[in-house]
Design a protein. Structure first.
Length: 208
């Protein structure tokens, strides 16, 4: 009996250790890991939130981007477009094209009316993958889970899988890179918009 209890305790400690190692949220949300227009984006690492807000049209799409590049990862969060106004998205394996305006190009997990749950080609033209289901709540917080492994991407929106496919083989225009920055978008064209990303959890699968 004593041996069984010891084995159970050891298994529990091991499981907890694996779980602790699997969560990279603290490093991911370190302020030193992010760059963007400071007057538009606010990061609260302790609260695990990022908020982007404009008081006037920025005239172009601008992003709050990681400095580190990530390959395989799992990211979950809740995203709210205040009053359903505006358009946003989470860039994955993307490239910072302008470090003054903070313009980012690459695959984007889209956030916005008519586009929730899609994989879009920001700066490279057109959809990469359209959503299989419409599971969006345009004026409420939407729960996103993004898993990127190898050449495969899975997007889950409010518990419904909207994309579960390989990155398109589009070598002529924009082949999906093996790694790149992760970034949050504020879309140009809106006099005012506010996007709130909360309950952020991140696991870097490339190092597991």
């Amino acid at each position: 009996m004593r041996l069984s209890r010891l084995m159970l305790a050891a298994a529990l400690v091991l499981a907890l250790g694996v779980s602790a190692r699997a969560d990279d949220t603290e490093d991911f949300l370190s302020p030193d890991n992010w760059q963007g227009r400071g007057e538009l984006f606010k990061l609260d690492a302790k609260a695990k939130t990022i908020v982007g807000e404009t008081m006037e049209d920025p005239k172009y799409n601008t992003f709050f981007a990681t400095k580190k590049k990530y390959g395989d990862f799992e990211l979950s969060c809740k995203i709210l477009l205040r009053d359903g106004v505006g358009n946003s998205g989470i860039q994955i394996r993307s490239v910072l094209k302008d470090d003054k305006k903070f313009v980012v190009h690459g695959p984007q997990v889209d956030v916005g009316k008519g586009y929730f749950g899609a994989l879009y080609g920001e700066g490279v033209g057109g959809y990469l993958l359209k959503p299989k289901k419409d599971a969006a709540k345009p004026t409420e917080a939407n729960e996103y889970k993004i898993v990127v492994k190898g050449n495969h991407v899975t997007i889950t929106l409010n518990g419904e899988v909207t994309v579960d496919e390989d990155f398109p083989d589009n070598k002529a225009k924009n082949p999906a890179p093996a790694e790149g920055v992760i970034a949050l978008q504020i879309h140009g064209g809106y006099p005012k918009m506010k996007v709130e990303v909360t309950d952020i959890k991140f696991t870097d699968l490339s190092k597991k």
